[in-house]
Every structure is written in C-alpha cells, then in structure tokens.
Ligand binder design. Structure first.
Ligand SMILES: [Fe+2]
Length: 191
C-alpha cells in the first residue's frame, strides 16, 4: 500500500488534501481508472479554483471540493451512489486532518452530496462544483451530455469560451456519430 509521509506542520491544507487524493489514486489497481482519476480530479479542482475567483467564493475550499468530489469512484471503482458515499469519505479525510472548521466541512460535504443532481438548484458551492465537473468532462473527453446542455453553455460563456462551444459540440457530434452511429444529435446543440 502506497502512502505519503508528510510532516503536517509544514504543509498547507491544500497540499495535505492533495496527498490524500494521490494516496487513493496510487492504490487504485486499475491502470485505466488511475490516470482518469488524476485528470478528472485535478481538472475539476482547477476549474473550481477558476470559477471561485470569478464568483468571489473561497478558492481554497472550492479547490478542495473539486479534488475530493469523486473520491469514492477512484477509491472503490464504483460510481453507484458515489455522491453520497463520497461525501462521507471526504468528511472523514477532512476530520482526520484536524485543520478544518465544522462550517468548512459542511460546505464540502454538501457540495459533494449534491453534485450528481444537475436539475435542482442548490447553494453556491454545490452549483460551482456541478459547473466545474461538466466543464472538465466537456473539455477533456468532450462528453457533452445533452441533459447538461444549458449548464455547459452557461459555464462556457462565463469562462469566455462562448464561441468555442459550438465548435467543440460539432466535434463531439462527429466523434459520437462515427463511434455510435447516432443520428440527429447535432440539432439540440445548434439552438
Ligand atoms: Fe466528477
């Protein structure tokens, strides 16, 4: 079992959470899941930081939310109910570090619990995580989930990439059509 041995006193909170994530990822035996985890968790964390700056929210806490949000998937290799189970794993990590207030733990937990529900509007931190998550999926794997079209468009616009949205959506359509022979998928993105 891999683990990092860091002297807590000399490390920032962000660095300590990052090391918890790295330990989980290093122990993930599936060689396909592991790199996916690094890309997704760090990608979402960075998007969280960017959106936190734009929305005047706590950048450190938002980055930590991004790092921890899918921890359950990469720990257990299981997506089912990962938001709920992941919030418990995240809470335990933050409590064990003994460096976070009750309010901060609550913000992180709440955002993770809500992040799979893209329909209901929740608090600012939960909405930020959902936006950061769809943005990462859209940019890296070009996973344009039609259910999230409105959210993706909004976050693209907020990030100053309004014009790139249609272009990327078109590329996605081409790839999807080629891979899965989906017809008539382009229309919803052109609205
Ligand atoms: Fe995610």
């Amino acid at each position: 079992m891999f683990s990092y041995n860091l002297n807590k006193e000399f490390r920032s909170r962000l660095e300590l959470v990052k090391n918890e994530i790295d330990t989980v990822l290093l122990n993930q035996e599936d060689v396909n899941v592991r790199p996916e985890g690094y890309i997704h968790l760090y990608g979402v964390a960075q998007n969280c930081a960017m959106l936190a700056i734009k929305r005047c929210l706590d950048v450190e806490i938002c980055t930590i939310i991004g790092l921890l949000h899918d921890i359950y998937i990469y720990k257990e290799g299981n997506e089912k109910e990962h938001a709920m189970f992941g919030s418990i794993v995240a809470e335990n990590i933050l409590r064990d570090l003994e460096m976070f207030s009750e309010d901060e733990i609550e913000i992180v937990k709440t955002a993770i619990i809500h992040h799979s529900d893209r329909v209901t509007k929740h608090d600012k931190y939960s909405e930020l995580l959902k936006d950061a998550d769809v943005l990462q999926n859209s940019l890296y794997l070009k996973k344009f989930d039609l259910k999230n079209k409105k959210r993706i468009k909004k976050v693209f616009k907020e990030s100053g990439m309004k014009t790139r949205f249609k272009e990327l959506a078109r590329e996605f359509v081409k790839t999807e059509s080629r891979n899965f022979k989906i017809e008539g998928i382009e229309k919803p993105f052109n609205k």
